[in-house]
Design a protein around this ligand. Structure first.
Ligand SMILES: [Zn+2]
Length: 277
C-alpha cells in the first residue's frame, strides 16, 4: 500500500512524505465527530457478558421444549425444584442453578451467579449498595406488582445486603418467560410483565450503584444488564400488561432521571432500537 502510493508521487520530498504519511495513518482522528457516527454504529462496540461455563448433568429432555430442557439438564437435583407448572419449574430451577454456581465459586467475597441458558452463567461481584437504597430510586410510577415483594419485603427478610438478588429474580423471570414462549403457553402473561418490571429495577440498580458506590467497577454489570434487556425485549412479544408498563417507562415525567441515565449509559441508538426511548 505504502509502496504503491509512493510510486504515485515520484517527485516527493521527505517533508511532504512525512505529512502525507501521517494524514493517511491518522485520518480517522481528523474526521468530524458527526462523520464518524455515520460510519460506525457504536452498538457494534458493546461487549458481551463474560460467561462462566455451567456443567450439564443430563441430556436435555426435548419433550420439555428447548428452554426448559436446557435448564433442567444443568442441575443435578432437578426434582427438588420441579413444579407441575412448567413456567414455575423454569423459574425455580434457574434459582437452583444460580445458587449452585454461586456456592461453588464463593471464596469469601460476595458474588452472584445468573444462568442464561446454553451452559452459560455470568458471575458478578456484589456491590455494597443495599436493596433498600435501590428501591427508593425506583420511580413511583414504575413500582409495579412485584416491587413490594422483592425490593421491600425480601430486603427486610435478609436479602438487603445482596443487591444482585434483583438480577437473580430478573433472570428467573426471563427464563420463565422464554419457557412460556418456547412452549406456546397462552396463560401466565403476568410472568412477562414481571420480567419487564425487573428490566426497570435492574436499570435502577445500575444507576444507584454508580451514584452511591464510586469504588464498584460496574463494567461487567453494565454489559450484562444491556445484554439481558436485549434478550428480554426479544421475548416479550408485545404482551399487553408488559406493554402498558413499558409505555409508562417511556412517557411518565417521574421517570425522566432514569431515562436520561439509560440513554447516557447505553447510547441513543441502542435505546431507540431496544427500548424506544
Ligand atoms: Zn424467584
Amino acid at each position: 500500500m505504502l509502496k504503491k502510493d509512493y510510486e504515485k508521487y515520484p517527485n516527493f520530498d521527505y517533508i511532504e512524505f512525512y505529512f502525507w504519511f501521517f494524514r493517511c495513518k491518522y485520518k480517522n482522528h481528523y474526521l468530524k465527530k458527526s462523520t464518524i457516527e455515520s460510519i460506525v454504529d457504536p452498538i457494534d462496540f458493546f461487549k458481551k457478558p463474560k460467561w462462566t461455563k455451567v456443567n450439564a448433568y443430563s441430556k436435555p429432555n426435548l419433550k420439555l421444549g428447548l428452554i426448559l430442557s436446557d435448564i433442567r439438564s444443568h442441575i443435578s437435583d432437578a426434582g427438588y425444584y420441579d413444579d407441575p407448572d412448567l413456567i414455575t419449574s423454569a423459574h425455580e430451577t434457574t434459582h437452583g442453578i444460580n445458587s449452585n454456581v454461586r456456592n461453588n465459586l464463593y471464596n469469601g467475597k460476595p458474588i452472584n451467579a445468573l444462568y442464561c441458558l446454553d451452559g452459560n452463567a455470568v458471575v458478578l461481584n456484589e456491590p455494597n449498595t443495599r436493596i433498600e437504597i435501590i428501591a427508593k430510586h425506583v420511580p413511583y410510577s414504575l413500582r409495579g406488582s412485584v416491587y413490594k415483594l422483592y425490593l421491600v419485603d425480601q430486603a427486610v427478610s435478609g436479602w438487603g445486603d445482596r443487591p444482585l438478588y434483583i438480577l437473580d429474580e430478573w433472570i428467573c423471570y426471563t427464563n420463565g418467560s422464554a419457557t412460556r414462549k418456547d412452549l406456546g403457553i397462552v396463560g401466565r402473561a403476568e410472568t412477562v410483565k414481571y420480567m419487564m418490571e425487573f428490566n426497570i429495577y435492574s436499570l435502577t440498580l445500575l444507576m444507584t450503584v454508580e451514584l452511591e458506590e464510586r469504588g464498584y467497577d460496574s463494567e461487567e454489570l453494565t454489559n450484562f444488564i444491556r445484554w439481558n434487556i436485549e434478550r428480554s425485549m426479544s421475548i416479550y412479544n408485545n404482551e399487553i400488561e408488559a406493554s402498558s408498563y413499558l409505555s409508562t417507562f417511556r412517557t411518565a415525567s417521574d421517570v425522566e432521571t432514569l431515562r436520561v441515565f439509560t440513554i447516557n449509559k447505553f447510547g441513543k441508538q441502542w435505546c431507540k432500537k431496544n427500548l424506544d426511548i
